[in-house]
Ligand binder design. Structure first.
Ligand code: FPP
Length: 247
């Protein structure tokens, strides 16, 4: 039995869903079968996150580098995304979950863009629960896009570059309206960030689990959140300051 999750759950959990391919290979199945099972895990984890009081859940569903995969796998993933959005529209409305996206979604196939817009529009008035899909996302591309948008704002006189701070500059990131993640989970035993939310994760706690994404379940999320609850988050301060408050 894993210990109970902390009384104060993380506000925002971000997950690098990894290991679909290895899950399939171990069973002699095509890689896409692993992704298909991965979609079922997404449903389980969205439910579990709400139950645990996690208000923001960000999933790394397709990276800016994933286009390098075989064409068949890329189109299979796009098909699964389309299927997921069609299937989940009513569930997300019923559960009052708002869908957000981060990444260059304008490069996704038009049918996927249409479904994304449909679900985002239908859920945009919900505030409590938030599902964020990172699609064609890369942290370095995000920084470059933000720099470009910031430069335009400086030229137009809406920003003064002499007064640039992280708070002001980060308003140009895809995540401008989202809190920074408190907890990052990566499945499948890999221990790297893979160009995911690199600045927003500055103070996130990280939990790496050997479990492959298709096998990840409610108990694994509870365990990760429990581990989060045992960490001391100092945000650059000392243990004593955390205990007694800033002086
Ligand atoms: C990593 O496993 C997973 C991905 C690149 C895609 C994740 C996509 C899904 C879970 C399904 C689609 C998502 C939604 C929200 C509908 P991998 O293929 O890199 O696994 P491997 O490292 O074992 O090969």
């Amino acid at each position: 039995m894993s210990p109970p999750p902390p009384a104060q759950p993380p506000l925002h959990v971000a997950i690098i869903m990894d290991g679909n391919g290895r899950w399939a290979k171990a069973r002699g199945l095509p890689r896409l079968e692993g992704h298909r099972r991965g979609v079922e895990t997404v449903r389980t984890v969205v439910d579990a996150a709400r139950e645990l009081g996690i208000r923001y859940l960000t999933l790394y569903a397709f990276s800016a580098e994933n286009w390098k995969r075989p064409g068949e796998e890329v189109s299979g993933l796009m098909g699964l995304l389309d299927f997921f959005l069609k299937r989940e529209l009513n569930n997300l409305i019923k559960e009052k979950v708002r869908l957000h996206t981060i990444g260059r979604t304008e490069a996704l196939p038009p049918n996927v863009q249409r479904e994304l817009e449909r679900v985002k529009e239908a859920t945009k008035h919900f505030t409590e629960w938030n599902l964020v899909l990172a699609l064609n996302y890369g942290a370095q591309t995000e920084a470059a896009d933000a720099a470009r948008a910031y430069a335009v704002a400086v030229q137009a006189g809406r920003e003064n570059s002499d007064e640039a701070t992280w708070e002001k500059f980060s308003r140009y990131f895809y995540t401008a309206d989202l809190p920074d993640p408190d907890l990052l989970i990566r499945t499948s035993g890999e221990m790297r960030l893979s160009n995911f939310l690199m600045l927003q994760l500055a103070y996130a706690e990280m939990v790496f689990t050997p479990t492959l994404w298709p096998d990840f379940g409610r108990a694994d999320l509870v365990a990760a959140v429990g581990e989060f609850g045992r960490r001391e988050r100092r945000f650059g301060a000392t243990t004593e300051q955390i205990k007694t408050g800033p002086r």
